[in-house]
Design a binder for this molecule. Sequence first.
Ligand SMILES: Cc1ncc(COP(=O)(O)O)c(C=O)c1O
Length: 392
Amino acid sequence: MSRFSPYFGEFGGTFVPEILVPALDQLTQAFEDAIEDPAFQAELGKLLKHFAGRPTPLYEATHLSPNPKVRIFLKREDLLHGGAHKTNQVLAQGLLTQRMGKTEIIAETGAGQHGVATAMVAAMLGLKARIYMGAKDCERQQPNVYRMKLMGAEVIPVHAGSGTLKDAVNEALRDWAANYDKAHYLLGTAAGPHPFPHLVREFQRIIGKEAKAQMIEAIGRLPDAAIACVGGGSNAIGLFADFIEEEGVELVGVEPGGEGLDTGKHGAPIHLGRTGILHGMKSYLMQDDEGQVQESHSISAGLDYPAVGPQHAFLAQTGRAQYVAVTDDEAIAAFKTLCRSEGIIPAIESSHALAYALKRAAAATEEEVLLVNLSGRGDKDLNTIMQLEAGQ
Ligand SMILES: Cc1ncc(COP(=O)(O)O)c(C=O)c1O
């Protein structure tokens, strides 16, 4: 009997071609065995500490908070090896690849952070990696394309569709269907068919687990709200997982509002999507009147995805978590504020979570403690910022 149900309420499931069912069954078995296996946990723990640099710090951003009544704490996933939270679960899936006796990794990437983490871990574990990336994202994230190649990965630009993450996922799934006997599909977020949403959550849970202990050490209690940006949803579910049972902690996911929710140019499927099926799962999807998947838009490549992981759809539907949207402009303003106030250059993805925290703090009349997941660092985004400034 499987430990995890494929569904979160009506969301989730395994909507894949028949040919992939054995590969997903094999993965479910390997994942469930591994998390019960002390030897696997010890090996992963060792790599998380000595290769990736965990635990990451919790930092109180005293200069950032616009309101003395509001304390803002940052969980510094930007300091993880690779520059983002992605490394956590890639290490775990790399070990699972070896455990299943496979030698190759297929991955997709949006911002390139997942691709970089995959290339890094594949090099370290001696696995061959090929990484699908939308042609538009290759353009937006050139330094990451170069990093992946330096570490020996093959980067395959995808020109189909909008040339972004959704198209890269389609290509990666096609490759997996043809090669699953020797290749593992190392999915990059808490989305896709079962067991990926559970698997990615369990291996990202460490973010919230550490943050919880660190908050208690810092202030003797849990925060009032835990806040994270939501692309597919892995850094957010990693932060939320250990707080879901803590009813006093508000969970806030921040979707990319792009140019504005009323412009059609956004990436906010929880706000404006409908239930549908994409990439093997049932979840909220941005769709047109005919049910075709709509193109998403965000200034941040890592948030530019028209769907969301099924557990977020469930948390939104049940009201346990609330989801807000932040525009490109608000995220860029928050990016600049953190650079100047604390000497930390955040990823534009993470700047969405910061922007919400700043707005909330500015409006607060009571004392409050906010925990923000700083999911990654902004080095990869400098081109985007420089181009924006040049155009102004
Ligand atoms: C720094 C950073 N944060 C957040 C995300 C969004 O992904 P997820 O919602 O899976 O955390 C990405 C994706 O590339 C990223 O690079």
